[in-house]
Design a protein around this ligand. Structure first.
Ligand SMILES: [Cu+2]
Length: 251
């Protein structure tokens, strides 16, 4: 009888171990494109919706507050901010480790940094993060808006006249406004249980310049203090990101 009880207990414990779901990993892979073509920096090969030939020389931006949402609505939140740099592929894969076991069917993340988070100590004081500071004179009195959301820069050939002009598309918290926005994708239901999930996300940079508003570089010189420019970025930005394939691999 004693032996039988021991065996029974062992069996129960083993079953419990086998059944307990384990945390896993989730990775976002970003691929930067201009109209279906992989982004080539410093290359005067693109045509803007307003009719200018242009190049992109710099693209840095933050994604933050990544939320994986379970089928029952539970939110698993990775609260930190991630700096993505077009020239550095290491920054284009964002890995969340220790994602709670569960069934998921939605992802949300913030383009830029929400007003609540956009304070100096939100990000580690690296040289890169410090170069993304939003100047104090562009904050309203008593407001704190510490970081740009994005620096997109380059040159354009004004209506193909051969004359090159620089442009900047700098988005951020003009006068303390929250110009960041949430991007949300429904996902085919998947389970995290001692495995890894990877989601490819296409970033079509041309969408910053269109849909719904055609953005003409020549009309916008000062953009950081101009809430009208920021409104265009916020609206056009909605179609920049699209979800691609979701891959699940067992550990
Ligand atoms: Cu700026």
């Amino acid at each position: 009888m004693k032996n039988f009880l021991g065996l029974l207990l062992t069996t129960v414990v083993l079953m419990a171990c086998n059944k307990k779901p384990e945390a896993g990993n989730f990775t976002l892979n970003l691929s930067h494109e201009v109209d279906g073509e992989r982004l080539a920096l410093d290359n005067m090969r693109y045509s803007s919706p307003a009719g200018h030939t242009y190049e992109i020389t710099k693209l840095w931006y933050y994604l933050s507050d990544i939320r994986l949402i379970e089928t029952d609505g539970t939110i698993q939140n990775a609260a930190e901010g991630f700096l993505v740099k077009a020239e550095d592929t290491n920054t284009q894969s964002i890995s969340l480790n220790d994602v709670a076991a569960g069934n998921y069917n939605k992802i949300q993340f913030q383009f830029g940094i929400s007003k609540a988070n956009n304070v100096e100590d939100y990000l580690v004081a690296t040289v890169d993060n410090q170069s993304m500071f939003w100047p104090e004179q562009m904050e309203a009195e008593g407001e704190k808006g510490d970081y740009h959301y994005m620096k997109l820069e380059g040159n354009y050939d004004s209506l193909k006249t051969g004359k090159l002009n620089p442009y900047i598309v700098h988005s951020g918290p003009t006068n303390g406004a929250d110009n960041s926005f949430i991007i949300e994708f429904p996902l085919e239901e998947f389970e995290i249980n001692n495995n890894s999930a990877e989601l490819n996300i296409k970033v079509n940079l041309k969408e910053w310049l269109q849909n719904p508003t055609v953005y003409d570089f020549k009309d916008w010189k000062m953009v950081m203090m101009n809430q009208n420019a920021q409104n265009i970025y916020k609206a056009n930005g909605q179609s920049v990101f699209s979800a691609g394939q979701l891959t699940i691999s067992e550990e």
